[in-house]
Unconditional design. Sequence first.
Length: 752
Amino acid sequence: MSEPMKTSGPRLALLFRQAGLLAESDWQKRFAAKSAQSKSLKEILLQDVSWQTFADLAMLEIRLPSRKSRAEAALPPALTQALQIGRGEMLALLQKHQPDLRKLCDALVDADDALRPKIEALLNPDAPAADPYRQLLDRDILTAESLSRLVEKGAHPLARRNREILALEILALNNLVPAALRDELLAQIEKPVFSLAHELADRKAVSSARIAQAAENGMNLPTVDLGEAGPDPAVRDFCPVEFIRRELALPMDGDRIVRLAIADPLNLSIADSLSVLTGRMILLCYAPPADIISAINRVYVEAPAVSDMERIAASEPAVPAVAAPPTAPEKTAAAAPVPPAVVPQLAEPKVAAPKPAIAVTRIVDSMSTVELVSSIIESAVATRATDIHLEPQAPGSLRVRFRIDGTLHSVMNVPAHLALPVISRVKVLANMNVTERRRPQDGHFSLELENRAFDFRVSAMPSHLGEKLVLRVLEQATVLKGLGELGLSEDQQKQLSRLISRPYGLLLVTGPTGSGKTTTLYSALSTVNRPDINIITIEDPVEYQLEGITQVQVDYAIEMDFASGLRAALRQDPDIIMVGEIRDNDTARIAIRAALTGHMVFSTLHTNYAVGAVTALHHMGIQPYLTASAMAGAVAQRLVKKICPECRQPIRVTKSLIKDLGLDESTKRKMYRGKGCSSCLNTGYSGRVGVFEIFRVNDPIRYRIMDLAPEARLMEAAREDGFVSLRENALEKVFEGITSPEEVLRTVFLSD
């Protein structure tokens, strides 16, 4: 027998209050102040169910579609977050159960009077609708939004009945009401004039003060043991299987009152939504999530998997569909080749042994959750992906895309019944809260694959279709490059080495997002990292752990931003400080002060060119004389794709191409392009390399900065010092056969 679920506090008291059993005076005295405090979903769940229960849930190899994102609310009147339900599910419930149309329409009008004209037209006796339930949906009378308003407002007559039934069960379970009295009252509960509060008051069964005290001390909630009692076949098809899987709400038994096994018995929005659409009263009973999942997979074996696959195949005709097996999934690999991948057993976030390369499928119908996540991660590593995107799609499926050499490639579509397990599995690996799907989260985990160390930085963000995850793939050998491996020319490498070896000053790395600025800074730090130097970094987030360097993670929740982190770092006797990004005046001002007081400061800015860093600091309110004194230099960079060496071939250089590149018409230099082969996934490119320009601040430039000279005059002075622009550096890589002219035109602005 499962342990009974015990809870206490405002949520439980709110149930009794809405059922009319808790007096307003007792509510205000004991619970009103507590209910006003905002609580996260994690806090609400942790007061009712152990965290281990939900951790176990994510570790199971389950087959459930992704839950829709929910509107955030701490303690709304319905005791839960808003429920989202699809149009098809609403129509199926209405047509199957055919609730009283007049009562349903009256409740919709009570919740939203703007629906009255549409409802009057629908119920017009002179023009009766052929299928009124379908017309409710077709005329936009009953929508997900109107259902949500109806449930939130509690305007449906069965909403109060659901609360009275659950409240009565809780009172009887905790010996506050005799079992015989409970049975007597349940027999009368459908009467229009019935009021549980009045009946208990007339019988002097239990007082409001006693209920309030019990709610504070903790009360057992109705529980069902799914290990011993399976669902009654009579209610097996009470609601669509997709709804059951998504909401983890399993119908157990009942005729007048349907008993529903659920992980959160106070989630009355599910009960009220089903009551609206079926006309039946719902009693919520607790069962552990793992038991619910096991029972769902045991009871609903054949139809759900087949229908999911058919729906995905119908919505994506270009993707070859794979029929789902009629029994529980076996651990077998599927076909339909795309980029080569490796499928290991990734059971723990430690070490995954390599396996022979096989093909990955676009639709995987028979892999376990652990195998599927392993396949996705190993495929990303095998194809040199820098990011993995797990994106919910409209049918409930999950699209997987890899960013390879800066371009996103679609790899596979995970079917709906595997979407939630895949998301949960990744969040467990990253030590994230698997129950929180309404707020952005960050996490990370490390793996050793094929004798290579990888860090995976995970970001979760809620969307209207579900939760999207992006995994940044960071390899130590890739992140910790030497200056000579970044793509710098020999002369540029010498210039940058001189800049980072200065005892003090401000060195800025500029460029757009994803241009490799952090890698350049890490390479610079690795070059100057010695036991006799104290290096501190302030990052958001810490992308890779550098040995011998103190790295600080920005945390805005505790007011630990770049500025406050930089202030603290200055009190730690640093020699070199790296600030992830200068975003505002406060951070810029402290960085300038640090550079002027004997520290070397590295940071990044979002500007198009290196000389633009001077203008950016000026716009942040930094005085020109401070910029001129503190700034050592700036590096601007872009990342361009490298031509695949296996299929590189010379191209015919046309006059139009020479003109686009801004070259002299007499140019006779050779250029190359990748034809496309299996080694580069037929893209013609393999890997990326940096394109740089280095702007050193010497004395002539300092004078011009103090005189507020425009960028053009600063560039003139830089040219006299041997400055090489992004354009020139990029064209040199074209002539060397490192990258293609099309890639340079795409990445680097050349018109000037």
